[in-house]
Structures are given as structure tokens and as C-alpha cells.
Design a protein around this ligand. Structure first.
Ligand code: NIG
Ligand code: FE
Length: 389
């Protein structure tokens, strides 16, 4: 028995995501799981459970991998509740409010930004999220993009440079110059703190030529590619992402058959963000169409003060099942293993020996309850790196 080992015992339903026997969730019944050094050391039947220093009795509950939220904009100041209220009274979402948040973010102190990220990260952890990607994108000048990423890097290794979120007001009549800034001094200042680069490829934000140029600069600086694409209407983003080998194209709300075909023959994950459709009162993406075509689908919150101010992966799972024609099993897989695939991570999103011991003990006997009991706080306990939180 290794010192510091921890046994999670009497697990009624263990979701491993090991893909065994044609069951993507790799469900085991009456299981136990041993944690050592922050990793899953052993999984097996409860009656074969080894001795350990400490023990958590799951009492027959379901245990699943911690959620992997692969798309979140947490570095910002202020909120846009009035914009939300206006939308619920009939206004359309255009992304125009991003500039409001840019103004508030530039005016905020480092400590204020850090406190907001910390508050949202803690909120996520309470709801079972153990891995989160965090984007910049509300600074939109060299100093504020770099500090957004510096602060994000205090909370996650999956930081994303989104200097190309929109063209800021001071560059409104010279977007080419702004693209030059993003590819030049802004990327140079941001890259030391970033793992990924992202562009909002959409009418009113960045067109295909600008998107391609920015992503190429990011790749040359060693960053991996991800993309906001086809959120507000059809466009070139999804196919461009596939062509450039993006880890993920995110939103995917308006897709043509050619977009779906391109994704189906690729390693690029389609990340769906139903919180954005909820909060902008827009039609949801059709996850069924993507899944039936063989596309790898992830679910994420898109947590941001404009289009989706939720930090809750359970809420996104419930929306995906009810509104996007996903089965509960597909939605749980997409919120765990799918998110890991979107971040090209193999150490999270699964509970197999050697994986990080990030797990959720539900207040329920099955993963089905996440969608079956929407809005109910079902996360009884979270282990992050093997540490009970
Ligand atoms: O993913 N679409 C672009 N960016 C965010 C929204 C940002 C905002 O409205 O502040 C999104 O939905
Ligand atoms: Fe987003």
C-alpha cells in the first residue's frame, strides 16, 4: 500500500470512457477506483478493491470523469445583463457587445481580472469541471491581450490567444492594420502565455483571408489552431479549420453538407456550445447530423458575459440532450472525452489507469440523471488531481 493512496469504493456505475466492448462510455458496475500520486492507479470490481490509506464510499452512486470545458472566455470585467434582457425582449445577438466588454476589461486592474477568473473557475469546479480552456479576446491591444493570457495561465495550461475576436473600435476603418498588429507585436507578446490561437471567423468579425493569415502566424509561432466558426450564419470557417488541421471548430450552428463532410473526414472536433443558443435565443446546432456522419463532437460552456454566461457543464449536457438530439450517453462523452479530444489531451476526460484522477461523484445512481434532472445540483463531490475538493 503506497502512502497517500485513496480508494473510491462502492461505485454503482463507473463511466471510464475507455471505449471497451463498443460502449463509448466504458461503463463498469459495482466498481472501485484507486488513486495514487494524483493519477488513477487501478480500476476493478468493488470486491477486489485493494487496501488504501483513505477511502471514500460512493454509496452506489455514479462516478464519471471530471468535465473538460474546452471553450471559455473568463478574462473580462463587467457584465451585460441589460443586453441579455434586451435579447429576451426581441433584440438579435450580433456580437456587437464584445466592444462593451473590451472597454470594461481594459479599465480593470489585474487583481480584478484575476478575481473574476478565480470566481468562475471555482464555480466550474463546484459543477464538476476539472479542466478548462481560457481565452483572451477582451483586451484587443498588445498590453491587454498579453496580461489576459498571463492571468489565464495562472489557472490553466490550455490558454488561447483570441486577439482576433473583433476589430476594436480604434481600428474600425483599417482592419488590415489590425490584422498586422495581431500577427506582429500582439502575437509576440501573447505567445509565451498561450498554447492555442483562435479567430472569430464570422461576418462582422474576420473573413476567410484574415482568418487564414492570423492562424498561419499563430502556427508559425508554435500555437495550435482552434476557431470560432459558423455561429451566426454559414461561412468558410469550418472548412478552413479542417484545412489547417484545427484541433476544434467551435459553435458549428450553421453547417452545409460540405462542412459536415469535411469534418467527418478529419481529426477536427466539432465543439457545440448550446449555452450560446440558449442565451441568444437562436436555433441549436444539429448534433445528431454530426454524430451520424461520424464527426467527433465536444460540448463546452462558452462561458462569457455576452452570449453565454453559464459555467455549468451539467446545464449544457441537459440542453444537448433535450434540444440537440444527443443521447445522454453521447452528451456525457462529449462533455468529458470530447472536450479532451478538442484540447488534444489524453490525460483527462477518461478514468483509466495512468489518467489524471479528476472525477465526479454524482448524487445519483447513473449519468442519465444529468439530463433527466436538469437544474438540480447533482455534483456531490469532485476529485481534482486526486484531491477531494
Ligand atoms: O463565443 N462569438 C464570439 N465570441 C463569444 C461571444 C463574446 C461576447 O459576446 O462577448 C462567443 O459566443
Ligand atoms: Fe466563444
Amino acid at each position: 500500500m503506497r502512502r497517500g493512496s485513496l480508494l473510491v469504493d462502492h461505485i454503482g456505475e463507473l463511466v471510464t470512457n475507455d471505449g471497451r466492448d463498443g460502449d463509448p462510455l466504458g461503463v463498469r458496475r459495482d466498481a472501485a477506483l484507486l488513486v495514487e500520486d494524483g493519477q488513477v492507479a487501478w480500476i476493478g470490481s468493488a470486491r477486489d478493491a485493494p487496501a488504501a490509506d483513505r477511502r471514500i464510499d460512493a454509496g452506489g452512486a455514479a462516478v464519471l470523469p471530471g468535465f473538460v470545458d474546452s471553450h471559455a472566455h473568463l478574462v473580462f470585467a463587467g457584465d451585460r445583463a441589460a443586453e441579455f434582457a434586451a435579447r429576451m425582449a426581441g433584440e438579435r445577438y450580433t456580437g456587437g457587445g464584445i466592444r462593451t466588454t473590451v472597454g470594461a476589461t481594459r479599465a480593470a486592474s489585474d487583481d480584478d481580472l484575476r478575481a473574476t477568473v478565480g470566481r468562475l473557475r471555482a464555480e466550474m469546479l463546484r459543477q464538476g469541471t476539472t479542466t478548462v480552456e481560457i481565452k483572451s479576446g477582451y483586451g484587443l491591444n498588445v498590453a491587454d491581450e498579453a496580461r489576459s493570457l498571463r492571468i489565464a495561465a495562472e489557472f490553466t495550461g490550455d490558454t488561447t490567444f483570441l486577439g482576433a475576436h473583433v476589430v476594436p473600435a480604434e481600428y474600425a476603418d483599417r482592419p488590415d492594420d489590425y490584422v498586422g498588429l495581431v500577427c506582429g507585436p500582439m502575437l509576440a507578446a501573447a505567445a509565451p502565455y498561450a498554447r492555442w490561437i483562435d479567430v472569430f471567423c464570422e461576418r462582422g468579425a474576420f473573413d476567410a483571408d484574415h482568418t487564414r493569415a492570423i492562424l498561419a502566424c499563430g502556427q508559425a509561432a508554435g500555437l495550435g489552431v482552434r476557431l470560432h466558426a459558423n455561429q451566426l450564419g454559414p461561412g468558410p470557417g469550418v472548412r478552413l479549420g479542417v484545412e489547417l488541421g484545427a484541433a476544434s471548430v467551435d459553435h458549428c450552428t450553421h453547417l452545409t453538407d460540405a462542412d459536415v463532410d469535411a469534418l467527418a473526414g478529419s481529426e477536427t472536433v466539432a465543439t457545440l456550445l448550446p449555452g450560446a443558443e440558449f442565451s441568444t435565443r437562436s436555433p441549436y446546432p444539429d448534433a445528431r447530423r454530426l454524430l451520424d456522419a461520424g464527426v467527433t463532437v465536444a460540448l463546452a460552456t462558452d462561458c462569457n458575459p455576452g452570449s453565454s454566461y453559464t459555467s455549468s457543464m451539467p446545464f449544457c449536457v441537459a440542453l444537448a440532450v433535450r434540444e440537440m438530439r444527443m443521447t445522454p450517453a453521447e452528451a456525457v462523452w462529449a462533455a468529458t472525452a470530447g472536450g479532451a479530444a478538442a484540447l488534444r489531451r489524453t490525460d483527462v476526460g477518461r478514468l483509466t489507469p495512468g489518467a489524471r484522477a479528476d472525477l465526479i461523484i454524482l448524487d445519483a445512481p447513473s449519468h442519465l440523471h444529468l439530463a433527466y434532472r436538469p437544474g438540480v445540483p447533482l455534483i456531490r463531490q469532485v476529485l481534482h488531481n486526486g484531491v477531494p475538493r
